[in-house]
Structures are given as structure tokens and as C-alpha cells.
Design a protein around this ligand. Structure first.
Ligand code: F6P
Ligand code: MG
Length: 455
């Protein structure tokens, strides 16, 4: 058997991991320190202000500890069932410091540590430290929201008038690509994302022309699998008075705002194409990697779409935007689209551990037509954030997850050190285009990887 490579550590020279530990984490900590200050300085409740100051002081200490390469210490209990697991993992790594630790674990630990500060308080328990940033980045995306709403509505309408399999495949490919590139704009990589011109280069329908920047693309196999029964027309079921078979798709969401909006358009299309009868959107339970979706982000997004005090009036007046908002509300109201939380998503474990540590979740996902994993961190957790050779097959890198029957589709723009499934020729080309491993980290390249889970 081949050896499994070790994980990426923040001590590995020349890696995104190292750069993150040295420069990105201190910046992210500073945005948290500033956000808490903005909130308590607007508060008139002395107790709230006092607690806010104490939380801020702890965040400052944490920032100093990261910058000073201090050891990670066990988390204080806040009643969460996951604390024990974090501390056991930490003990398992022995003595680790911020600049010499497994990147994936330490970064999860960082967000979980911050959550203990809020969870242990009285008045800040449900505080979302990234809510401000998330909303303002979404509002700055209005041009793309408008453009994509129009595009989705025109596709959806033409599919109703012309339900042709080729048109269905094209629409599927387009909306899946839009959801893929929606991942390019997360706030932990782009803290300055409110810059309109930068945003527009990353968003909108033109991004689907980035095909040759998808360094590994299993989308044709995904379509072949998902559409395998499309040959029997819906009317056959109607004739035999049978109900259409129930098909469930799970989407493990990543970031809120613009990316979530693209995932919701993708969701609508999967339902329109009868590739699923129900879809569950999996969200995080605590503020996570800055911009990940929390349960409240969904109503925030839906109401922003109809609220002209937030978005420009011209956008709110756009019938396509309102039609999309209406379809989404209907999806949630009828239960075709559901939202689900699970504590496993915010543990420090890779997804190979899901079967043992979150068997209920694992069983549910395994029973789905396909499980779509969005984004960079989900991808790192799928492949264990290990130093795989770029040519390693995706199915090998996901270990036992590739054999347990779960159908896995990863849609990820490359923002870390790990990447698998890349052919030699493609690798040569991208190394020329974006040398020094830039193509694995700059968010301009991507992968669409599929495993059908068969033995
Ligand atoms: O900083 C770590 C990291 O996982 C990066 O790899 C990535 O840029 C970001 O956080 C999160 O990306 P995503 O939102 O796509 O998971
Ligand atoms: Mg994210």
C-alpha cells in the first residue's frame, strides 16, 4: 500500500499555510478586535460594554500569542460537545505552537477558541463577529446578483418551453460553474472585497468562461451520473400514476452572501431539472472562517433581496431579482429546500472521520443522490489537507470516503496548498501561467472533483 503523506504544517516553508500563520491570522484577529469595539461603542448597556471589553482583551492576547508563536492551549469548556474532541486532538499533536502546527486543525481551533469567548459570556452569546463584513460584501455584489438573476430566469424559462436534454445539460454545466466560481470571493482570502472593480472581476456570468482554469474537471461524469434516469420522461410516471421517485441532494455550503446566492440559484436549477426532489443546505453553527453561512444568514440574504434600503432601488425593482426571491421563498416554504446544522462541520476533524464521529450525518449524506461540498476548507477536509502529489487521483486522496457509497462532488476554487487530480499536461501549463504554486492558492484556478463512492 502507498504511504499517506503527512498534513500541511504552518512551519512548511513556502506554503500558504506559513503565510496564513504569519500574516493572514493576525489580520483576521484584528478585524475581530475592531468589530467588537464597533459594537460595544454603540452600546448603552454597561454590562454589555464591560463584557465586550473583556472579550476584546482576550482577542488581543490571542493575536499576540499567534504573532509570538506561542503554544496552543486546551480550550475552556463552554458546554459544547466538541470541546473534548478539540482538546484530545490537541494533546495528540504534542507540543505545537502557532508557527509550527498542523494548519487545518489550528485554523479550526482558532475559530472555535473565539467562539468560547462569546459562548461563555452572558450578553454576547449569539453574537456573529463577522455579520457586518458579510452583509457589506453581499451588498457590494449587487451588479452580479442582478446579472445572475436575469441569467437564471432566462434559462429556467427556456427550459420550460424547450425541455431538451442538451439544453438541460448546458444549463446544469453553467449553473454549476457559477456556483463554483461563487467560491472565489470568500472574506478570509479577500478582506478588501468591498472594492467594486475587484469584485466584478470575480463575479458575474463571464466567470463561466474560466473553463481552462479548472485544472481537474469531472463535470461530464457528474452529469452522466445525475441524468442517468432522465431518459425515462416524467410523463411515464404520470401515466402509471406513480409518484416521481424521491431524490435528495445535500449541499455542504461554504460562504454566505454572493457565494450563497450562487448556491441558491444552483439549488433552484437542480429542482427545475428534476435532478432532486428535495435539497438540504448544510450550514455552520458558529462564526467560521469569516464568511461561512450561519443559519441566520439565509433569512438575512432573502430579506436583503427585497429590501430597497439595503440594495440599490433599481436592483430591487428588477423583475428577475424578485422572481428569484419568490422562487426561493417558495422552495423554503414548501420544504423542498431545507437548512440543517451539524456540530461535526465545526470540529477540527477531516471528513474521513465523519463515519465514526457523526454516524447519523454520514448515513444521511450517504443516502443522498450526491453530496456537493463547496469551497476550499471543505475540500481540504475531504483530502485531509495532506501533501498529496498533484497527480494523485481524487478518490485516493479522500481515502475511505471514496469507497463507502457516498457520492461526492467537490466544487472548489484553489486557495490552499493541496490539490489533486491534475494531469501532467495541465500541470505543466498552469505552472507556466501561475508559477511557484500560485495556481493552488490564488483563488483563480479551481477543481470540480467527483467520486461515485463505489468499491
Ligand atoms: O485561511 C485558510 C483557508 O481555508 C484558505 O485556504 C481559504 O482561503 C479560506 O480559508 C477559506 O476558503 P473557503 O471559504 O473557500 O473555504
Ligand atoms: Mg469559507
Amino acid at each position: 500500500a502507498k504511504l499517506t503523506p503527512r498534513e500541511v504544517w504552518t512551519s512548511d516553508e513556502g506554503t500558504m499555510a506559513r503565510e496564513t500563520a504569519l500574516t493572514r491570522w493576525p489580520k483576521i484577529m484584528q478585524t475581530m478586535i475592531d468589530d467588537v469595539e464597533t459594537t460595544f461603542s454603540q452600546s448603552e448597556n454597561a454590562e454589555h460594554v464591560g463584557e465586550g471589553r473583556r472579550i476584546q482583551a482576550s482577542l488581543r492576547i490571542m493575536k499576540e500569542e499567534i504573532m509570538g508563536d506561542k503554544p496552543l492551549h486546551p480550550l475552556n469548556s463552554d458546554g459544547g460537545a466538541d470541546i473534548e474532541g478539540y482538546n484530545a486532538q490537541l494533546a495528540g499533536f504534542g507540543h505545537i505552537t502557532w508557527h509550527n502546527c498542523p494548519w487545518m486543525f489550528a485554523e479550526c481551533y482558532l475559530y472555535r477558541f473565539v467562539q468560547t469567548l462569546f459562548a461563555r459570556s452572558q450578553l454576547w452569546r449569539n453574537y456573529d463577529i463577522f455579520a457586518r463584513q458579510k452583509l457589506s460584501a453581499f451588498l457590494a455584489s449587487h451588479a452580479a446578483v442582478e446579472e445572475l438573476s436575469e441569467r437564471y430566469m432566462s434559462l429556467a424559462e427556456s427550459l420550460t418551453t424547450n425541455p431538451d436534454p442538451k439544453a438541460a445539460e448546458l444549463a446544469f454545466t453553467e449553473l454549476t460553474s457559477i456556483a463554483l466560481w461563487g467560491n472565489a470571493t470568500d472574506l478570509s482570502l479577500h478582506p478588501d472585497i468591498n472594492d467594486q472593480s475587484k469584485l466584478q472581476s470575480l463575479q458575474g456570468t463571464h466567470t463561466i468562461q474560466n473553463q481552462d482554469r479548472i485544472v481537474s474537471n469531472d463535470l461530464p461524469a457528474v452529469w452522466a451520473y445525475l441524468s442517468r434516469n432522465q431518459a425515462q420522461p416524467q410523463s411515464q410516471h404520470q401515466q402509471s400514476k406513480e409518484e416521481a421517485p424521491k431524490k435528495h441532494i445535500a449541499i455542504i455550503l461554504d460562504n454566505t452572501g454572493f457565494e450563497l446566492f450562487t448556491d441558491l440559484l444552483h439549488t433552484l436549477l437542480l429542482l427545475d431539472l428534476h435532478l432532486a426532489t428535495t435539497i438540504t443546505l448544510h450550514v455552520k453553527s458558529i462564526p467560521w472562517f469569516v464568511s461561512d453561512v450561519l443559519p441566520h444568514d439565509i433569512p438575512v440574504l432573502l430579506s436583503a433581496l427585497t429590501n430597497s434600503t439595503l440594495f440599490p432601488t433599481s436592483m430591487i425593482a428588477n423583475p428577475a431579482v424578485q422572481a428569484v426571491a419568490g422562487r426561493l421563498r417558495e422552495g423554503f416554504d414548501t420544504g423542498k429546500v431545507k437548512v440543517k446544522e451539524d456540530g461535526f462541520w465545526t470540529t477540527g476533524y477531516g471528513f474521513e472521520e465523519m463515519e465514526g464521529r457523526a454516524p447519523g450525518l454520514w448515513g444521511e449524506l450517504r443516502g443522498s443522490e450526491v453530496v456537493v461540498f463547496k469551497g476550499d476548507l471543505n475540500y481540504r477536509k475531504l483530502v485531509g489537507d495532506r501533501r498529496w502529489g498533484y497527480g494523485t487521483p481524487f478518490r485516493e486522496a479522500i481515502g475511505s470516503l471514496g469507497r463507502g457509497g457516498m457520492k461526492i462532488l467537490a466544487l472548489r476554487t484553489n486557495k490552499a496548498d493541496v490539490c489533486v487530480g491534475v494531469d501532467g499536461e495541465v500541470l505543466e501549463r498552469v505552472e507556466r501561467e501561475a508559477p511557484g504554486g500560485e495556481w493552488v492558492r490564488n483563488g483563480r484556478y479551481a477543481v470540480i472533483s467527483f467520486s461515485d463512492g463505489s468499491d
